[in-house]
Design a protein around this ligand. Structure first.
Ligand code: NI
Ligand code: MN
Length: 219
């Protein structure tokens, strides 16, 4: 199982057979280590319709024939754009070619009328990955503790989402084996020092790994 950090909230998950790209914001992203044209994915999952998450979804999905996972209203919009979608909604999970995907609550705007932002619980390659999406700290995260999550991808940028202190509190609730910070330093409003976040995590006995854009984590 391989996780590539593509900067901001974008990660590529690969199990050796299937690939899942999450929140592919590359065009216009100053930290992007790759161009949208250089990436391919069997599946794409989008947490919400803000531009720094929906990003290059349509272009990549059209070129690769990817199936796109999204909450119903966003899925309908993407279907109307000619994409192949698999819709879902909060609390629901579905079996996939790579394992399973579940839509979890995120406390954030959806970027589309009537829609909801989500986080994602992905089961792939025998691992459980939680991508929090853009979210405030919510006490519901405590429910994830019993999932025994391998890797939690948590925003630390502040301003639009949790900041570092709340992300540490989130990790304390979720208790994943490893936390990777995301959604920081992409633009001035979300400037953060990820090593300070890592130090705060370690002071609480929690494990974090700061990934550089383009860096690969093997699980
Ligand atoms: Ni957002
Ligand atoms: Mn965002």
């Amino acid at each position: 199982m391989k996780i590539t950090f593509l900067s901001h909230a974008c990660f590529l998950l690969e199990d050796g057979r299937n690939s899942l790209l999450i929140d592919p914001y590359l065009t216009g992203n100053p930290l992007a280590p790759a161009k949208a044209e250089e990436l391919s994915a069997d599946f794409i999952a989008v947490t919400h319709a803000h531009g720094d998450h929906l990003g290059d979804t349509a272009a990549i999905a059209k070129r690769c024939g990817s199936t796109v996972f999204a909450v119903a209203e966003l899925a309908r919009m993407l279907r109307n754009e000619g994409l192949t979608v698999s819709d879902g909604n909060l609390g629901g999970s579905q079996a996939t070619a790579f394992g399973r995907i579940k839509y979890l609550p995120a406390c954030h705007g959806s970027g589309i009328p009537g829609g909801l932002a989500c986080g994602l619980l992905v089961e792939m390659g025998g691992k459980k990955i939680y991508h929090a999406g853009d979210t405030a700290l919510i006490s519901d995260m405590a429910l994830l503790k019993e999932e025994e999550i391998d890797v939690a991808l948590l925003p630390i940028g502040d301003y639009y989402t949790m900041g570092p202190r709340d992300a540490v509190r989130a990790a304390d609730l979720i208790r994943p084996k490893l936390t990777v910070p995301m959604h920081y330093n992409t633009f001035p409003a979300v400037r953060q020092d990820p090593s300070a976040f890592q130090a705060m995590m370690e002071a609480k006995g929690l494990t974090a790994k700061v990934m550089a854009p383009g860096e690969i984590l093997n699980l």
